[in-house]
Design a protein around this ligand. Structure first.
Ligand SMILES: [Zn+2]
Length: 153
């Protein structure tokens, strides 16, 4: 377990009555050191009605000394199944005691056809008294939900 930026990812996949979600839990040593960091994942829903496939990417274009940061997410649909879907992304950034370091972030886009892309960049500011936490162990929790693929009919 050597290395300053050693990280682990835990995947949890769940199917619900209306869609599918996956949760990624990424542990990083120091957010401030990760300015060139990219987290990249592919997610396939294996839906029985409309199986879809997605490329997800998350990165921090900037993490400043005062703890403020830019967070970017991008999601691209890469299958060709003829159905429009809704995708949501939630991002929580916690310390090891499960306290939020930044306010929870969420992004949603509907009508995502094959080839559609969602891309967002937001400025995030640490919660009160959490500025120093970005220099310690940080857990980034990402939940990606794909819905309306099999809810009716
Ligand atoms: Zn489905």
């Amino acid at each position: 377990m050597a290395g300053t930026n050693q990280r682990q990812t835990v995947d949890r996949r769940v199917n619900t009555s209306e869609g599918h979600y996956v949760r990624w839990e990424i542990s990083v040593r120091d957010l401030h050191l990760l300015r060139s960091w990219h987290f990249v994942k592919n997610y396939r829903t294996f839906c029985k009605t409309s199986p879809t496939s997605w490329d997800f990417k998350m990165w921090f274009p900037e993490v400043r000394e005062d703890g403020t940061a830019s967070l970017s997410v991008s999601l691209t649909r890469i299958d060709s199944v003829n159905v429009d879907l809704e995708a949501s992304i939630w991002v929580d950034i916690d310390n090891l005691e499960e306290n939020l370091i930044f306010p929870k972030q969420s992004f949603t886009k509907g009508g995502m056809a094959p080839g559609s892309e969602m891309q967002e960049t937001v400025e995030i500011v640490p919660l009160p008294n959490m500025r120093a936490a970005i220099h310690q162990n940080v857990i980034v929790l990402v939940t990606l939900t794909i819905s309306s693929c099999h809810s009716s009919e």
